[in-house]
Design a protein around this ligand. Structure first.
Ligand SMILES: Cc1cc2nc3c(=O)[nH]c(=O)nc-3n(C[C@H](O)[C@H](O)[C@H](O)COP(=O)(O)OP(=O)(O)OC[C@H]3O[C@@H](n4cnc5c(N)ncnc54)[C@H](O)[C@@H]3O)c2cc1C
Length: 402
């Protein structure tokens, strides 16, 4: 069976759906089809490690769009449709069921999948967290006062630790770096994040990695560390990053290198193909750096640019955002803007124990290149704007002091 869509979008999550909606907002009248491998309506992944895990929100409550919303926007979402091959010369995508769809323009929005620990697939008692089904399974597993070991103290691992602790589990987090997020944010801020976990009774095992996970009896687990010590527990959650979903493009000729490599207009290496969201890598002109960003706001903002560039091929816009991510842990709003690095000079410009608020600026070559904030949303928003305007250190400090 062969079918045609003027714009064909592969991946029906936030990046794919926002691209389709962006096209309609820009008065695109052609056919839009979204192929989505999963069976669900588009849903909000950030809620999985927050509202679903901690507050017990239902799977239905995280759905982003109803069938009526999609119909109204004339978006043909085909669930259970797995793209398995791209022929860029013929401009076709082949589905797992043999269907072939031709396109005028293709947008790849296939996102990312959890990075697995070598030889440790998900199984009863061993969890990864990416889908709403993963979240419901995990929520059910940590509902009782169980012992949970979280592998990785990045955003997802830390949110899972906070969520499980809030649900009366006893939680240990294993992290190979000196402190949570210290690989990116350095030791000063990392130490503060470690204290946040410990103040809520979560134990940290820092500077250690996992060499294996063994089954013990019918349901128990034993997490073996690289120094030979072992932790007994009931539930293991692995949060060690994600890898872009590009396997299905093998043999297509598309340039892939830790993501689909695009130009600054989000155009992939073959004509009429764009990439957006977690799967896309592009040179961000604002930072003169090749980036692939696995954050919600990036998926939304990049979708707007892709929609514009699809409808305005003669006046395309470069995608030059200031990266932004938030995370909610133990009732704290944590935010990062820009591109902080562990080796940057860190300057604390706000630290108020009264409301646990804090702002750290990251300086490189006398310029502010990023910031971390705890419970300081208005300051972080202002900093994001300042970075976008390429404000000088003096301008940023003056704005802060006023
Ligand atoms: C638990 C969790 C918590 C998060 N919390 C935050 C947060 O607090 N803040 C933040 O900024 N970001 C957060 N993120 C990251 C954010 O959710 C992602 O950046 C965002 O979902 C990326 O959207 P996307 O559409 O690019 O990719 P995805 O959401 O990964 O969607 C890709 C879609 O493509 C489909 N697909 C894949 N391959 C194929 C194929 N071959 N054919 C058809 N369909 C395919 C998948 O089924 C999927 O639905 C979180 C992520 C997770 C998992």
């Amino acid at each position: 069976m062969t079918d045609h869509s003027d714009v064909l979008i592969v991946g029906g999550s936030i990046a794919g759906v926002r691209t389709a909606e962006g096209l309609r907002r820009l008065s695109f009248e052609g056919g839009i089809t979204i192929l989505e491998a999963g069976q669900d309506l588009p849903y909000d992944r950030p809620a999985l490690s927050k509202q679903v895990l901690t507050a017990g929100a239902s799977a239905e409550s995280v759905m982003l769009r109803s069938p009526a919303d999609l119909d109204k926007a004339r978006i043909d979402l085909r669930r259970g449709s797995v793209g398995v091959g791209l022929d860029a010369d013929a401009r076709t995508v082949r589905l797992a069921d043999g269907t072939v769809i031709t396109y005028s323009d293709l947008v790849i929005a296939t996102g990312a999948a959890p990075r697995e620990l070598p030889s440790v697939p998900a199984r009863p008692g061993v969890h990864y967290l990416r889908t709403v089904q993963d979240a419901v399974r995990l929520r059910d597993a940590v509902g009782a006062p169980v012992r949970v070991v979280v592998v990785g103290a990045g955003f997802i691992g830390s949110e899972v630790a906070a969520g499980a602790a809030a649900r009366s589990a006893s939680v240990t987090v294993i992290e190979p770096f000196a402190f949570p997020l210290s690989r990116v944010l350095g030791d000063l801020v990392g130490k503060r994040l470690a204290q946040l976990h410990e103040s809520k009774g979560v134990q940290l095992v820092l500077g250690r990695s996992v060499s294996g996970i063994e089954d013990v009896g019918a349901t128990g687990k034993r997490v073996v560390l690289d120094d030979g010590t072992a932790l007994s527990c009931d539930v293991v959650v692995i949060g060690i990053g994600a890898i872009p979903n590009t396997n299905w493009l093998a043999g297509s000729g598309l340039y892939v290198a830790d993501g689909i490599v695009c130009d600054e207009y989000c155009r992939a290496s073959v004509p009429n193909v764009f990439a957006v969201g977690d799967v896309a890598r592009w040179p961000n002109p604002l930072f003169a750096e090749s980036m692939r960003i696995e954050h919600w706001t990036n998926a939304v903002e990049q979708a707007g640019i892709v929609a514009w560039n699809l409808t305005h091929p003669d006046s395309p816009r470069a995608y030059a955002p200031v990266p932004y991510v938030w995370s909610d842990q133990y009732g704290n709003r944590l935010q990062i803007v820009g591109r902080p690095r562990a080796e940057d000079e860190v300057r604390i410009v706000l630290d108020d124990p009264a409301d646990d608020s804090m702002v750290a600026l990251y300086l490189r070559d006398q310029r502010v290149v990023g910031a971390f904030g705890q419970n300081a949303p208005s300051q972080l928003l202002a900093l994001r704007r300042s970075l976008a305007a390429r404000a000088s250190l003096e301008e940023i400090m003056t704005a802060f002091e006023n």
